[in-house]
Design a protein around this ligand. Structure first.
Ligand code: PLP
Length: 389
């Protein structure tokens, strides 16, 4: 079997997918599934969207890649759109979420190194967070199961309880160069930051001249019903990390910062080979235009309401559901039953969903999901609840 040649890092379902259209996806046997995973919040416009396929076709026939030692207009325009739709002024492009986090951490360390305070290099992160698998991102990921076998991690990082106002107050000092937080913890179980908590982080970062980093890799780019999640919370970070939906399936990531922090980087400080290459930037540019001007983001809340209303109805009927939570189309169904077994039952009925944390089933439909697709997914969920009830 050729799968024995692939490293054993995922507990994969025994299925290979071949093609898709919108929120529908087809396996190699031709079976149709409804995809409410969207490649983990990546396929914001669904599968095989012409906005994306046309951008790839057209750009790939012109120019795919050049070195970052030269300019390309697509990356400049993409950076401009991101900045014009945020409170930030400068973007660094990379290829993934973890790389966006690495960029933010390095930027914060550099910013700290320019301070008059010696050894201003401590990074504070949250318990139960997830920021990626590279050594830096892993070092600020507050879950033992991800970190355990890979120590020693990077130094001078420390974790605090998420949403705990007292603990953060005592943790931050002159030595702190950054606080990193997900406005909504994704992998950790779709747990929202409290507005007061984020306000406190902002206040402490201002007081100690530390960099406030929001990891919006999962919750950003329209998922919450706003292009950036921070806008829904009304707290402006210094740096935003994004990836996943930024490329809709084509790998691209970015860290965007305000001018004050971004200016810490000078030529030679950071870089990568592919980041923001003409092809990746063309795809992302087409997606941004569709999300913002094509009215996709403005319909997210309405679609989310359709799903959540129906889930709330199910919650009244099925005692296994303890809570429905999330924001926009980042939706968590908290269960007091085995979530792995639950997602497997959904899979057997050809609905793709994933878990988050220890007791949450996560729904991440494409942002342009149709009513028919939503209804099909909800009907399947209801069938599973009927079965286990
Ligand atoms: C997925 C994710 C990452 C890591 O992104 P990769 O592209 O897998 O490296 C980081 N932070 C959050 C919140 C994520 O959901």
């Amino acid at each position: 079997m050729s799968k024995s040649y692939v490293m054993n890092t995922y507990g994969r379902y025994d299925v290979s997918f071949e093609k898709g259209k919108g929120a529908k996806i087809y396996d190699t046997e031709g079976n149709e599934y409804i995809d409410f995973v969207s490649g983990v919040a990546v396929n914001c416009l669904g599968h095989a969207n012409p906005v994306i396929t046309n951008a790839i076709t057209e750009q790939s026939q012109k120019l795919m890649h050049i070195s970052n030692y030269y300019w390309n207009e697509n990356a400049k325009e993409l950076a401009k759109i991101l900045c014009e739709n945020s409170n930030h002024e400068k973007v660094f492009f990379c290829n993934s979420g973890a790389e966006a986090i690495e960029t933010a951490l390095k930027l914060a360390r550099k910013y700290g190194s320019l301070s008059k305070t010696p050894d201003k290099n401590e990074i504070i992160y949250m318990e139960n967070s997830f920021h990626g698998r590279t050594m830096g991102a892993l070092s600020v990921t507050g879950q033992a199961k991800y970190q355990e076998s890979f120590k020693p991690l990077i130094g001078n990082v420390k974790s605090v309880k998420f949403n705990d106002l007292d603990e953060i107050e005592t943790a931050v000092s002159e030595k702190t160069c950054a606080i990193i937080v997900e406005p909504i913890q994704g992998e950790g179980g779709i747990i929202k930051a409290q507005v007061d908590f984020l306000k406190k982080l902002r206040e402490l970062c201002d007081k100690f001249d530390a960099v406030l980093i929001f990891d919006e890799v999962q919750c950003g780019i329209g998922r919450t019903g706003s292009l950036f999640a921070y806008k829904k919370f009304g707290v402006v970070p210094d740096v935003i990390c994004m990836a996943k939906a930024l490329g809709g399936g084509f790998p691209i990531g970015a860290a965007m910062a305000n001018k004050k922090v971004a200016e810490a980087f000078v030529p030679g400080d950071h870089g990568n080979t592919y980041g923001g290459n003409p092809l990746a930037a063309a795809v992302s540019l087409a997606i941004m235009k569709e999300l913002i001007n094509g009215g996709v983001i403005s319909k997210v809340d309405e679609k989310a309401k359709y799903i959540v209303d129906r889930l709330e109805e199910m919650k009244e009927k099925y005692s296994q559901i303890t809570e429905i939570r999330g924001m926009g189309l980042l939706i968590g169904i908290c269960l007091d039953t085995d979530i792995k077994a639950f997602t497997k039952k959904c899979f057997d009925k050809r609905l793709l969903v994933i878990t988050a944390g220890s007791n949450v089933v996560r729904l991440l439909p494409p942002l342009n999901v149709t009513e028919e697709e939503m209804k099909a997914a909800l009907d399947t969920l209801e069938e599973v609840f009927k079965e286990i009830n």
